[in-house]
Design a protein around this ligand. Structure first.
Ligand code: NAI
Length: 250
């Protein structure tokens, strides 16, 4: 199968919905084998049904906030595909929006545990697997958010988790370069997915007005950036926080 990523194996977390699902589709279209992992196994299975049939694909259940679950995932993927993945895209994420003065500890912890700790755990387990397999080319793409740069009312927990992902990405880029692993993150603006369906229409209207390209983004547009960062088209790029926002908060 020809394509930018032919012969490569990609692990995608949050692969059961929205951006993660679009990433799975774009990677498979470019010839990568895909392991789609999500806390919702049923949705991950549904993603697999949508993928290019010429490449090997498999759905997995994982809770990225648990090291045991992440380590089991990496072990199962290696076993099923007979090789360690050389691409990881970390798209698993949640929101629990509340104003800071009303933020309960659980809402804060849950968001940090999935968005930041989960990204750390997968970066670590993937990094170990690549180092052990002595792969020559590997790439991690972490999905942060533009609000990790700017903050956002009602999202102290989420913005903090996404700022954390930027710091984690840059540090991992420094530490993992010696194992031939590039590490970058994407900062999406407001993208049409189930995550943003609950944002009130009025708020979305304001966001669109503040976006120079005057619209929300599509999951496919984030997926295209992930394909670029996963591929050798970005071979000299590491530690970058790539904004894919239609110009919002540039
Ligand atoms: P989504 O809600 O459609 O998809 C998120 C997926 O993550 C779901 O399938 C969910 O089951 C999975 N997930 C949740 N907790 C998990 C866990 N503990 N372990 C494994 N999987 C888990 O959301 P969307 O919009 O596709 O978001 C994907 C990523 O992009 C997230 O990290 C989100 O924070 C980020 N993002 C989204 C933006 C948007 O406007 N939609 C903007 C900026 C960033």
């Amino acid at each position: 199968m020809a394509g930018l990523l032919a012969g490569r194996l990609a692990l995608v977390t949050g692969g059961g919905s929205g951006i993660g699902r679009a990433v799975c589709q774009a990677l498979a279209k470019e010839g990568a084998a895909v392991a789609a992992a999500d806390i919702n196994r049923q949705q991950a299975e549904e993603t697999i049904q949508l993928l290019n049939k010429d490449v090997q694909t498999k759905a997995y259940e994982v809770d990225v906030s648990s090291s045991a679950s992440v380590n089991t995932l990496l072990g199962n993927v290696k076993q099923d595909f007979s090789v360690a993945p050389c691409i990881a895209v970390n798209a698993a994420g949640i929101t629990r929006d509340k104003f800071l003065l009303k933020m309960d500890e659980k809402s804060f912890d849950d968001v940090i545990n999935v968005n930041l700790k989960g990204t750390y755990l997968v970066n670590q387990a993937f990094g170990r697997a690549v180092a052990e397999a002595k792969l020559e080319l590997a790439s991690i793409v972490n999905i942060s958010s533009i609000v990790g740069k700017t903050g956002n009312i009602g999202q102290a927990n989420y913005a903090a988790s996404k700022s954390g992902v930027i710091g984690l990405t840059k540090t991992a880029a420094m530490e993992l370069a010696k194992f031939n692993i590039r590490v970058n993150c994407v900062l999406p603006g407001f993208i049409q997915t189930p995550m943003t369906e609950t944002v009130p229409e009025k708020v979305m209207g304001v966001v669109v007005m503040l976006t120079p390209l005057m619209r929300m983004g599509k999951p496919e547009e984030i997926a295209d950036a992930c394909v670029f960062l996963a591929s050798e088209k970005s071979s000299f790029i590491t530690g970058v926080a790539l904004e894919v926002t239609g110009g919002l908060n540039m």
